[in-house]
Design a protein around this ligand. Structure first.
Ligand code: SF4
Length: 715
């Protein structure tokens, strides 16, 4: 009789869902040759969550099973060896470059990738293929905030830390249902309010979401009018004498022009335009003006808009005018949706950026990065942002696309066009962990990747904190790490010397060295203090907020404390804002405004959270939230099926059961983003948005579609 030796060991990693970036303690069990995960808990000492996890985090093991995984590379549905699969990918890329040039190649990547995966994908595309056609599903998440920060501060910089929540007297939540989308952070807000009787919370959202439970004041503004609301606040601060004139004079540019543009926004004008009681507008403005500290916490309701960048800058303007920035408890704080949206930004994983926060439009920056990489070519201009990428693909200009760790058929707007684009593209490669995405149906080559608990690397959360994700289990089947797949393809394209990393830590090290490469000038993204780590030091890396200027630096909690920014003259820029209406306006044929968003317990297109029965207890199915008065006019009752269509939906109708909610404004409806055909659902929310996007950031509108609704008739 032989007995199998069983051992248990604690592993520490990071949650793979939202941008809060919670630390997770995992008990790993080894039974002879079999390893498994026995339990998860929040890491008590992780500064993002101090031991807490939300329901998605606590159910990580239920969503991490072996079922429904991609286990072998395949070509045209037949399993092949890795050598054949990556050889074919390399051959297809080279062939398209030879026939059509590098601009006919595209990568569409994801905020689910780790920083190291992102780094090599960006390096291969921009420095070796020679195009900047690499964009990411983070384009749908925070690219408007990135552009707003860059316009104001000269670099994509989030000034605040979660710790600031404990130092503020005013928390303004705008376009954010943090109670559902960033639950652990919301719990921290709740505790901050309990501890600090002076803390007021203002919720600015057309819907009275669950986040309104914390709010002293809710402003249910008309969708899309946020820029006018904040222009009005700027005007109020100026006219009521609540500006920080020393800070404005010493540390900013453009104040007068911004104030001039805001001057028409009296409280009465704002109330009228935003459809709010004037008394509520004055109450909010007075709170912001009189409190010595304030954090404006903004998210998708601001970013996912055709004027998302302007909305972000309208918010930032108010913090600059009142000097509420660079101090404990103050600042405009964009919260990212995905676990590594921030890490992707650091390594240039967007079509309009270079690695290390370098500018692709700057010839010197391009030369620096090319010299550092010693690469044969360098992308010379911005590439195609997500919406444009699929538009050009549908037009036949993109001949090869490699989609990594994302499901654009469901998550992108204008589903008919995304499907047409993937049909048209000569070669579609999909690397993913799961076997049931709507996008896989279009793949010519499928590459199985490792996922959470299997792969090693780093992620950066919304407060600039770099944390380790750690590989605790072996790869299932033949799955490989994304960075290995990318490097293998690069090697087969003839670039083995530049993509031969023995360990993922070598990629991280290269990334840190690039941030401080000569001639970059003074940049905030400085990871010098994390350079030169051994493999074991990298493995022990504790959560650290960048900048990390040298080896003695423990990280940087807050930016701009010295009143210096990262523009050429080190001053922040006010941006003069002219509020504009959303692109998809209602009309007689499409009279309802559709808003979309996340549910509390689901994630993106449910490829992982859909595995856990427990995560359907809160909301079992997608529904259409509608005001009872609207439902009555349409002869719809609670639970009746409603059919939604939009001018852009190409005949696709979304059918959802109705829930009656008085917290909806009349004429406006809300539906969740998660369901799709893969779930046997008639819910295809992406098909109802037409792809209109912000002309600066390229972030598509996902909060304001014009739709027709009628009782669904099945035949
Ligand atoms: Fe994961 Fe976000 Fe929940 Fe934290 S709050 S456990 S990061 S989903």
């Amino acid at each position: 009789v032989t007995t199998t030796k069983r051992t248990q060991q604690l592993g520490q990693t990071t949650c793979p869902y939202c941008g809060v970036g919670c630390g997770v303690d995992v008990i790993r069990q080894q039974d002879g040759r079999n390893a498994s995960l026995k339990s998860v808990a929040g890491t008590p000492e992780h500064p993002a969550n101090f031991g807490r996890l939300c329901i998605k985090g606590t159910n990580l093991l239920q969503t991490n099973g072996a079922e429904n995984r991609l286990l072998s590379p395949s070509v045209a549905g037949k399993n092949v060896s890795w050598d054949t699969a990556t050889g074919l990918v390399a051959e297809k890329i080279k062939d398209v470059i030879a026939k059509h040039g590098p601009e006919a190649v595209a990568f569409y990547v994801s905020g689910q990738l780790l920083t190291e995966d992102y780094y090599v994908a960006n390096k291969l595309m921009k420095g070796y293929i020679g195009s900047a056609n690499i964009d990411t599903n983070s384009r749908l998440c925070m690219s408007s905030a990135v552009a707003a920060y860059k316009r104001a501060f000269g670099e994509d910089l989030v000034p605040c830390s979660y710790n600031d929540l404990e130092h503020t007297d005013l928390l303004v939540l705008v376009g954010s249902n943090a109670a559902w989308t960033h639950p652990v952070l919301f719990q921290r807000m709740e505790r901050a309010k309990l501890r600090n009787p002076d803390l007021n919370v203002v919720l600015i959202d057309p819907r009275a979401t669950d986040s309104s439970t914390l709010a002293d004041l809710h402003l249910p503004l008309k969708p899309g009018t946020d820029a006018a609301l904040f222009n009005g606040l700027l005007h109020f601060l100026v006219t009521q004498g609540h500006t920080d004139n020393t800070f404005i004079a010493d540390s900013t540019n453009g104040f007068e022009a911004a104030v001039e543009n805001a001057s028409v926004w009296s409280t009465a004008a704002v109330a009228n335009y935003c459809d709010l009681p004037e008394a509520s507008v004055i109450q909010f403005y007075t709170m912001f003006a009189k409190k010595t500290t304030a954090i404006t916490f903004f998210s998708m309701g601001i970013n996912q808009s055709t004027t998302g960048v302007d909305k972000g800058n309208a918010i930032i303007n108010c913090h600059l005018a009142s000097g509420k920035i660079g101090k404990p408890g103050s600042g405009p704080f964009s919260i990212t949706g995905q676990p590594n949206a921030m890490g992707g930004r650091e390594v240039g994983g967007l079509a309009n950026m270079l690695a290390a926060h370098m500018d692709i439009d700057n010839a010197e920056h391009r030369k620096n990065v090319q010299t550092f990489w010693q690469s044969p070519v360098m992308a010379e201009r911005q590439g195609l942002k997500a919406v444009d990428m699929f538009e050009r693909m549908a037009a036949g200009d993109i001949k090869f696309v490699w989609i990594m760790a994302t499901n654009p058929v469901v998550s992108m707007p204008n589903r008919p066009q995304i499907e047409a684009a993937l049909e048209k593209c000569e070669t579609v490669v999909v690397s993913d962990i799961v076997a049931n995405t709507d996008t896989l149906a279009f793949a010519d080559i499928v590459l199985p990747a490792t996922g959470w608990s299997e792969k090693d690397g780093t992620v950066t959360n919304s407060e600039r904190r770099i944390s380790r994700q750690r590989g605790l289990l072996p790869a299932p089947g033949e799955a490989r790490h994304d960075w290995q797949i990318i490097c293998d393809v690069a090697g087969k394209m003839g670039f083995a010397d530049s993509f031969s990393y023995a360990h993922v830590s070598e990629i991280f090290d290269e990334h840190t060295r690039l941030t401080t490469y000569k001639n970059h000038g003074e940049r905030a993204l400085n990871l010098c203090g994390l350079s030169g780590m051994t493999v074991s030091e990298y493995d022990r890396l504790s959560p650290t907020q960048w900048p990390v200027a040298d080896a003695t630096c423990q990280g940087t909690e807050r930016l701009f404390s010295d009143g210096k920014f990262f523009t050429a003259d080190r001053r922040a820029n006010f941006i003069a804002i002219q509020p504009a209406a959303p692109a998809q306006l209602t009309c007689e044929a499409f009279p309802f405004v559709l808003n979309s968003g996340r549910l509390r317990d689901q994630w993106h297109t449910m490829t992982r959270t859909g595995k856990a029965a427990k995560l359907f207890r809160h909301t079992a199915q997608a529904t259409l939230a509608m005001h009872p008065d609207d439902a009555e006019k349409l002869s719809l009752k609670e639970g009746d099926l409603a059919a939604l269509s939009a001018a852009s939906s190409g005949g696709m109708t979304t059918i959802l059961p109705v829930t009656l909610e008085t917290r909806q404004r009349k004429g406006e409806v809300f539906a969740p983003i998660h369901w799709s055909k893969a779930w046997g659902s008639h819910c295809q929310i992406g098909a109802l948005f037409n792809g209109a996007n912000d002309e600066i950031s390229g972030q598509p509108e996902l909060k304001h579609a014009a739709v027709a609704i009628q009782p669904a008739a099945f035949t």
